[in-house]
Design a binder for this molecule. Structure first.
Ligand code: HEC
Length: 172
């Protein structure tokens, strides 16, 4: 009898132990899942910090010498604005060497030679406005023909004025 009891007790204990084991296992699985979710979350956050939009990685790995296509209207507007507000720097000497030196460098075909003060003195006396106008529109003078814009219609009036300023500065 007592042995039967103890057998029953043993079975009961064993089954409670079994149930306990199952419960513990389930609990551990649950805990593992919760923890795993946490790890995933942390991995994601870490990955974002390293490679995400705010990490600067996109900037660091983007192509060198990227061409700014006018795809972004905002960007191109900004560029246009900068171009419109910035005072263009015109290099008179450079334009002179490109379009005027052929005649004015050596004084070809009656062109007053740049650097020849005597040749320029009476022209400068006419006033800079006249010289601008004659250089822009051309001049059939007593010594020869000055073609409009030196024969380079691509030059703007402002560019022509800058070149004339340069020529005067070299010749007075
Ligand atoms: C094909 C030759 C030729 C070229 C190129 C040329 N010039 Fe002349 N230029 C002349 C001649 C010739 C005269 C003199 C005309 C005259 O007074 O009879 C002259 C005169 C001038 C004068 C004096 C005008 C005046 O009222 O006395 C200026 C300023 C001038 N040129 C500017 C320029 C500039 C700036 C360029 C370049 C963008 C240029 N020229 C290119 C031939 C040339």
């Amino acid at each position: 009898m007592s042995s039967m009891l103890s057998d029953k007790a043993l079975i009961r204990t064993a089954s409670w132990g079994g149930i306990g084991g199952i419960v513990l296992t389930l609990f551990l699985i649950l805990l593992g899942n919760i923890y795993a979710g946490d790890v995933n979350e942390r991995q994601r956050a870490d990955r974002n910090a390293r490679y995400g939009t705010d990490s600067g990685t996109v900037d660091r790995v983007k192509a060198v010498g990227q061409i700014n296509l006018a795809s972004s209207t905002a960007a191109s507007n900004a560029t246009t604005q900068v171009a419109a507000t910035a005072t263009p720097i015109i290099d008179g000497e450079k334009i002179y060497n490109g379009s005027c030196v052929a005649c004015h460098g050596a004084g070809v075909a009656g062109a007053p030679r740049v650097g020849d003060k005597d040749a320029w003195a009476e022209r400068i006396d006419k006033g800079v406005t006249t010289l601008y106008a004659n250089a822009i529109n051309g001049l059939q003078g007593s010594s020869g023909v000055m073609p409009a814009k030196g024969g380079n219609p691509a030059l703007s009036d402002d560019q022509m004025k800058a070149v004339v300023d340069y020529m005067i500065a070299q010749s007075n």
